[in-house]
Design a protein around this ligand. Structure first.
Ligand SMILES: Nc1nc2c(c(=O)[nH]1)N[C@H]1C(S)=C(S)[C@@H](COP(=O)(O)O)O[C@H]1N2
Ligand SMILES: [Mo]
Length: 523
């Protein structure tokens, strides 16, 4: 007899069958991706697609809520969505045979579209979603049949000569396949992803690379680094350097096959290999990088010593034509940035193609093997990682990744100062307390940093000796802190004599502004 309770039980098993079919889909696709096309993982492609389409407020919410873990949060969310959608497909298949299979087929088409429209996709990229779909549909159809057989056996009147046999057999056949398929999918899926991550050749290639010694090195003047506990180091170690990009998985680029194409409005299209770049001779440049998403007081800013070649020399080989006013740089993953042509050709600006960061080849997540670094412009309009093309063009003609997504096509860095210590929420002891932080005004330089306690008089802080105008400086002021709560505010003046913008602005469309003012507890 089908009681409402046993009816519900079959629905639940149908959902389980759907989840197993979904897992088989993903596992088969991961395995196929491993064999045929590394970047053609359906789940990662869909994730990347989601990154590209989420509206700006949601993206800002993700960055402020999850910070550097925004990508993990996205993957967890996607996983849950897949789980629910697969369960529904399983129930559909049980209620109306074929419907669930059609749903999986649809998922295959959608994920296939997400895959083949990615920048790195090859023809082989069709295989993972196709094979995954076949695997998922086959399992779903078989499980659906077995589940119905089990239900029919359990509701049919017992056959006199074989009272309990069929019901148990059908039940066992369903549960057996569910378990085996589910377990193998989990093992194969996880193994596939792990093998893919571990054997990703990039790290091995990067380790093996030996860069020629730079012709010139950055000399750090004495007094460039202040000794204050809690103050950001002058040079940000690679491991602590902020990372911001739209890449769900770090692109793997082999410098052996990497080329940089310079085309568009040029006298001559040219193509450079990694060796060509190295042969130009490397020089060292200290440049502070800043993200447009950096809030007042935020950590999306870092200072590194880069090795590379001037972009102006590379562009000169191609010969930009008159009328051009923009360089559209393109990454291997399709990301683009719009940089004013003048910012990368002016003699006074050290805009570079960088191959090394703080004495080692660029870390994969910071753009290995080659990225752009342009002092004075926010990263999203200048610092293209995994760069493969420089198209000389115009702002009227071309648009970069973030432009239709609510950010300005041009975005010079708004110079700023930041308080590193003491921190709100970390009480300090009364007495002499060093108040310290960093300030940056790339290409111009910081003239003065001023501190105000409890909205009192602005007093100049002591500055570290700058490495150059493209890097941040450190500042410190001794504060005679009395017990209670106090406001500590900081602002900077650049070498043009401009005062840091006081008015608060959000990060969109062209960077935050405002003086940092922190509430500090003294005990
Ligand atoms: N290929 C690619 N390059 C990119 C981005 C990106 O999303 N993709 N983001 C840019 C942004 S917004 C910033 S702030 C800098 C950050 O560089 P980092 O991650 O090395 O700190 O990289 C820039 N280059
Ligand atoms: Mo950024």
């Amino acid at each position: 007899m089908t009681t409402p309770r046993s009816g519900k039980r079959f629905i639940a098993w149908a959902a389980v069958a759907g989840v197993v079919a979904g897992a088989v889909f993903l596992a088969v696709a991961e395995l196929a991706a491993l064999v045929f096309a590394r970047t053609a993982s359906p789940i990662l492609a869909v994730g990347a697609f989601v990154i590209d389409i989420v509206p700006r407020p949601l993206k800002e919410f993700a960055i402020t809520t999850f910070g550097e873990y925004d990508k993990i949060a996205l993957l967890v969310g996607l996983g849950l969505a897949v789980l629910i959608a697969s369960a529904i497909a399983g129930i559909l298949q049980y209620v109306r045979p074929h419907l669930g299979a059609i749903a999986i087929g649809l998922a295959g088409v959608l994920s296939g579209a997400a895959i083949v429209t990615r920048a790195e996709a090859t023809v082989l990229a069709y295989l993972p979603p196709i094979l995954g779909t076949i695997g998922g549909v086959v399992i779903l159809v078989i499980l659906g049949r077995r589940l119905r057989a089990w239900r029919e056996a359990s509701t049919a009147a017992p056959v006199p000569e074989n009272p309990a046999h069929s019901r148990h057999l059908d039940r066992r056949r369903f549960l057996m396949l569910t378990t085996i398929a589910g377990a193998s999918a989990i093992v194969v899926g996880i193994a596939g992803r792990t093998v893919s991550a571990v054997t990703s050749s990039a790290e091995a290639i990067r380790k093996a690379i030996k860069l020629p010694a730079p012709r010139s090195t950055v000399s750090i003047p004495s007094g460039a680094e202040l000794d204050v506990k809690g103050l950001s180091p002058l040079i940000t170690p690679n491991a602590d350097f902020y990372r911001v990009d739209t890449a769900l998985t770090v692109p793997t680029v082999d410098p052996e096959t990497w080329t940089l194409v310079i085309d568009g409005m040029v006298d001559q299209r040219i193509e450079l290999t990694f060796q060509d770049l190295l042969d130009m001779g490397l020089d060292e440049y200290a440049i502070t990088l800043t993200c447009v998403s950096n809030e007042v007081g935020g950590g999306l800013v870092g200072n590194a010593v880069w090795q590379g070649v001037p972009l102006r020399d590379v562009l000169a080989m191609a010969g930009p034509q008159s009328g051009a006013d923009m360089v559209l740089s393109r990454s291997v993953d399709g990301y683009t940035a719009s940089t004013p042509l003048s910012a990368v050709t002016d003699d006074g600006i050290d805009a570079i193609l960088a191959v090394a960061m703080n004495g080692e080849p660029l870390p994969p997540e910071h753009g290995f093997p080659v990225r752009m670094v342009v002092p004075g412009l926010y990263g999203y309009v200048s610092a293209t990682k995994w760069v493969t093309e420089l198209k000389v063009t115009t702002f009227a003609e071309d648009e970069a990744y973030w432009t239709p997504r609510g950010y300005s096509a041009e975005a010079p860095i708004k110079f700023a100062s930041r308080l590193d210590t003491p921190k709100s929420g970390t009480p300090v002891k009364a007495g002499k307390v060093p108040v310290a932080g960093v300030a940056w005004a790339q290409t111009v330089g910081i003239e003065r940093v001023e501190v105000s306690i409890d909205d009192g008089e602005w007093k100049p802080a002591k500055l570290s000796k700058p490495i150059n105008e493209d890097t941040w400086v450190q500042w410190v002021m001794e504060w005679d802190a009395t017990p209670g709560t106090h406001y500590v505010a900081v602002r900077a003046v650049n070498k043009n004599g401009d005062l840091q913008i006081e008015e608060r602005a959000p990060i969109a469309p062209d960077g935050s502004s405002g003086w940092q003012r922190s509430l500090i507890t003294v005990s």
